[in-house]
Design a protein around this ligand. Structure first.
Ligand code: MG
Ligand code: ZN
Length: 366
């Protein structure tokens, strides 16, 4: 046998070996039990630079490093650069759509969200955010509107679902509306306890709970938001995990994006660390529970941030921004728990919806 032939053969054997290895892995992922619970945490505007900014300011490490499986998501919408409406819609429904859309397809038709699928399948559902509940990201999981700025229409869509817990801002879109309709009263009639502080939520033994803690948005972390997001995650998990059928919880670190729009690297780092603490709380629960899939990703990157210098001791950062808007780069995906292997590698943002459906074991033709 010539050297060349031996080489070709060994490469072929090596490749075969790799492919069969991948198959075994895929098979293992397929055979794994479905996830009882899914916690999806979205860092709005969180690219890899934002993650590293948080790491730098946090002394060189983050809870995100506890994940063993990572991948990337391709964030484009019907445009090369997505907004948070289309980005949220892709993750929530598996449809790429026009920017500004809230869980409707490019023709404006409503498309079912993973939160709605979870409700239909008997699971409890919840959302916790650092923005108004009616803002694009949470809205994409529960409302169906052609325009993300129709906050009052989005708020009304909350009443069409049976979401068990939501904690964030946006009280005014429910209770101080231009159209005079009192959705707070309607929520009460549906059985919701209305809370305006996190301490009130801590006193509530069981859901459903509408936590509308600010008129519109909660403040920036640097302006006194404190541990609100982490506490919201802990309370949401406490309330949702009472359901023996399992739950779906969406958590958003909303203001990483806003700091990106402001081209403020220090603020990105602060919001990133705050989001990472919430990720830590979700992982703590998942590690104990053993039946919870945790996914962390972003809808897009914001600011076109690159890091030119930094100091792990002082947490100082020198960031350079290429835009005041979103960029088109891929964003990270981290996963932990049952079915986590599905989320490794490079994927479409819409695949994350499909994979959550698969992880839950939901069938689309039911
Ligand atoms: Mg958002
Ligand atoms: Zn943005």
């Amino acid at each position: 046998m010539s050297i060349k032939r031996i080489l070709t053969l060994s490469i072929a054997i090596l490749l075969l070996h790799q492919i069969s290895g991948l198959n075994t892995q895929a098979l293992a992922a397929g055979k794994e039990k479905p996830a009882k619970n899914i916690i999806l945490l979205i860092g709005d505007g969180m690219g890899t630079s934002q993650v590293y900014a948080g790491m730098t300011a946090n002394g060189g490490t983050l809870n995100l490093e506890r994940f063993r499986i990572a991948g990337f998501s391709k964030t484009y919408s019907t445009e090369y650069v997505t907004d948070s409406g289309a980005g949220g819609t892709a993750l929530a429904t598996g449809h790429k759509t026009k920017n500004g859309s809230i869980a409707v397809d490019p023709q404006g038709q409503p498309v079912k969200t993973i939160l709605e699928w979870a409700e239909e399948n008997g699971k409890a559902t919840g959302m916790a955010t650092t923005c108004a509940m009616t803002h694009a990201t949470p809205a994409s999981f529960i409302a169906h509107q052609a325009k993300r700025s129709d906050y009052e229409l989005i708020a009304a869509d909350f009443l069409k679902t049976d979401i068990e817990v939501f904690i964030g801002g946006g009280y005014d879109h429910f209770g101080k509306r231009k159209d005079g309709v009192d959705l707070i009263e309607q929520l009460r009639k549906k059985g919701y306890r209305i809370a305006q502080t996190i301490d009130e939520i801590k006193e509530i033994k069981s859901g459903p709970v509408a936590g509308l803690l600010y008129p519109v948005h909660p403040p920036k972390w640097s302006e006194g938001r404190g541990d609100l997001l982490t506490e919201s995650v802990i309370e949401a998990i406490r309330l949702l995990s009472a359901d023996s059928d399992g739950f779906f919880l969406m958590v958003e670190g909303s203001q990483i994006d806003w700091a990106g729009h402001d081209n403020n690297a220090q603020q990105i780092a602060e919001e990133m660390i705050d989001f990472d603490r919430a990720v830590g709380a979700a992982l703590d629960f998942a590690e104990k529970d053993g039946q919870t899939l945790v996914i962390v990703t972003a809808d897009h990157e914001t600011g076109g941030l690159s890091l030119l210098d930094g100091d792990f001791e002082t947490g100082e950062l020198k960031g350079s921004f290429s835009t005041g808007d979103h960029s088109g780069v891929m964003v990270p995906v981290f996963s932990y728990g049952p079915q986590a292997a599905l989320f490794g590698g490079i994927q479409e943002n819409t695949d994350i919806f499909e994979k959550m459906m698969k992880a839950f074991g939901f069938k689309k033709d039911q």
